[in-house]
Design a protein around this ligand. Sequence first.
Ligand code: DGL
Length: 269
Amino acid sequence: MTTPDAPIGVFDSGFGGLTVARALLDQLPNEDMIYLGDTARAPYGTKSIPEVREYALECLDYLADSGVKALVIACNSASSAVLRDARERYDVPVVDVILPAARRAVRASRTGRIGLICTEATATSGSYDDALAAVPGVQLVTTPCPLFVDFVEAGVTGGDALLRAAQDYLLPLREAGIDTLILGCTHYPLLAGVISYVIGDDVTLVSSAEECAKEVFATLTDQGLVHHGPREPSLRFLTTGSPELFAGIGRRLMGGFVDRVEQVYTVAG
Ligand code: DGL
């Protein structure tokens, strides 16, 4: 039986889920958090869905065994791979990034022409197509942007090489006449500057990180699991890779809240 005092467990293949962690800190500043980044096996987005599924369930099991009160799958590729069974597997609430972002995009779009940028794994899984299948009048245009994750994992969020990659990926979407763009990878909010610069500010960007954090707030509230009293939250960052690397890039991308980073060996393949 879980309690409001328990931490929230947040999982991603690497650094991208930190965008969800930051949104959670903004919306739920009194919550303890355990973040697990499977950096030793990132990127997930270039791997097959069965492989991503195996790694993701291992990481989620690890967090569930650590006594978290909710699991947040802060990775679109992992969400795409385990969406169907994660909710039955755990006895705490599980929040993913796909459904909240898909819902927001439908509300934001005036024309129904919605773009999706994501990893190859998310594109192949068809998870966003499934999420939007029942909505009449929606046309989803999907473009995998594999290089974007490499840029973020290297700590690069600007510069000529990134701008060229963004133009190659995004200008065809602009020509396709989308009015809303789902950032269907939790790494991408860190590239929102260049994405918005290229796609134009008449296209509404939907961040799966921001929408996921709202969903976590709603889920904890509905289940009576919000920690109400003010407290200095305990934030633990776990990585399957190098803690020094994680702390360095994490701090560069997200600021000082990436403080204590520990290595976990048990989930590494
Ligand atoms: N952050 C992950 C996602 O949202 C992908 C990064 C990766 O390829 O590992 O899809």
